[in-house]
Design a binder for this molecule. Structure first.
Ligand code: NAP
Length: 293
């Protein structure tokens, strides 16, 4: 079991990497750091970190190395040199990337004898080290379990499953959710501002709607997983009529209609495919294929 005396290495000391290293130091872990631009380690060294002279030295200093650099290309550039012995070490790559990049990096690491977990940070640097910072991990569970006590210093660390691509996929799924909620709110705010209602007045109302809709998710997820969409509350064709109303009202008051038009076009395709009498989550079939299909 790891405890707060477990040595850890952090490679990549940008805004996020520095926050990760600070959290390990605060939790009492002997922390070795390395960064291409050495000066970014100054503050950390003042706080007790050890600056490794080379990547190879940084890797050798701890059995657990956290990577947090701009992209996967930088990861390969950093670790690819023959002087870097990865055998037996555990790499946790918190660099943002795609699910395919994560799976490829896992294969690359396995060929070099390393244990590999891919991760995604759903937080900004100031939140690191607090429960607010959700950090997702995917890859072999024994590797996650072995290092969770050390990782706990970073925030709320979560394990998603053995497929290395899962952390990246959850990451982008979260972004899709975030922007959809924000865009819907912005559209509504634009509509109301035409009548002199300010954003702050609408925000609590919008928040209540978002929370109410969120309550529907478990039941709708069940319909999707069962592949059966009985219209228990309303049929898609009823929703499509309300979408038309939203577009007309938006046009009438002179606000942007791109978003509701996009959604109505998807609903219209589902209705044309015979799903008009089914419930809204039947649109998963439209979301689940490329537009051109
Ligand atoms: N900041 C956030 O709020 C946030 C939130 C979630 C996830 N992330 C992810 O965390 C990762 C790091 O983000 P950041 O905000 O720390 O970025 P950043 O401040 O721009 O730092 C980038 C880091 O990558 C290093 N790097 C880039 N290319 C390199 C190369 N070819 N060889 C060696 N090192 C290289 C930089 O080294 P130098 O210092 O020498 O340039 C620096 O340490 C990204 O994948 C980002 O998407 C960030």
């Amino acid at each position: 079991m790891e405890n707060t005396e477990t040595p850890v290495t952090v490679i990549g000391l940008g805004l996020m990497g520095q926050a990760l290293a600070v959290a390990f130091l605060k939790a009492g872990h002997p922390t070795t750091v390395w960064n291409r631009t050495t000066s970014k380690a100054d503050r950390l060294v003042a706080e007790g970190a050890r600056l490794a002279p080379t990547v190879a030295d940084a890797l050798a200093a701890s059995s657990l190395t956290i990577l947090c650099v701009t992209d996967y290309r930088a990861v390969y550039e950093l670790l690819g040199g023959s002087e870097n012995d990865l055998a037996g070490t555990t790499l946790i790559n918190l660099t943002s990337g795609s699910s395919a990049q994560a799976r490829e990096a896992a294969r690359w690491a396995a060929q070099r004898g390393a244990h590999y977990l891919d991760g995604a940070i759903m937080a900004i640097p100031p939140a690191i080290g607090t429960a607010e910072a959700v950090i997702l991990h995917s890859g072999p569970q024994p590797d996650f379990d072995a290092h969770k006590p050390a990782l706990d210093a970073l925030g709320t660390v979560t394990y998603l499953g053995a497929d290395h691509g899962l952390a990246s996929l959850y990451d982008v799924a979260g972004l899709a959710m975030m922007w959809s909620v924000l865009n819907a709110w912005l559209h509504g705010t634009a509509l109301l501002r035409t009548a002199g209602v300010d954003a702050a007045t609408y925000a609590p109302f919008a928040r209540q709607i978002a929370a109410g809709v969120a309550e529907w998710l478990p039941g709708y997820a069940e319909q999707i997983d069962n592949g059966s969409f009985p219209a228990e509350v309303s049929a898609l064709e009823t929703d499509a009529r309300a979408m038309a109303h939203l577009i007309e009202e938006s046009e009438a008051v002179g606000v942007n209609v791109e978003l509701p038009r996009l959604i109505k076009a998807m609903a219209d395709r589902a209705i044309a495919a015979g799903h008009g009498g089914e419930q809204y989550p039947v649109l998963i079939e439209e979301f689940g294929k490329p537009r051109s299909a």
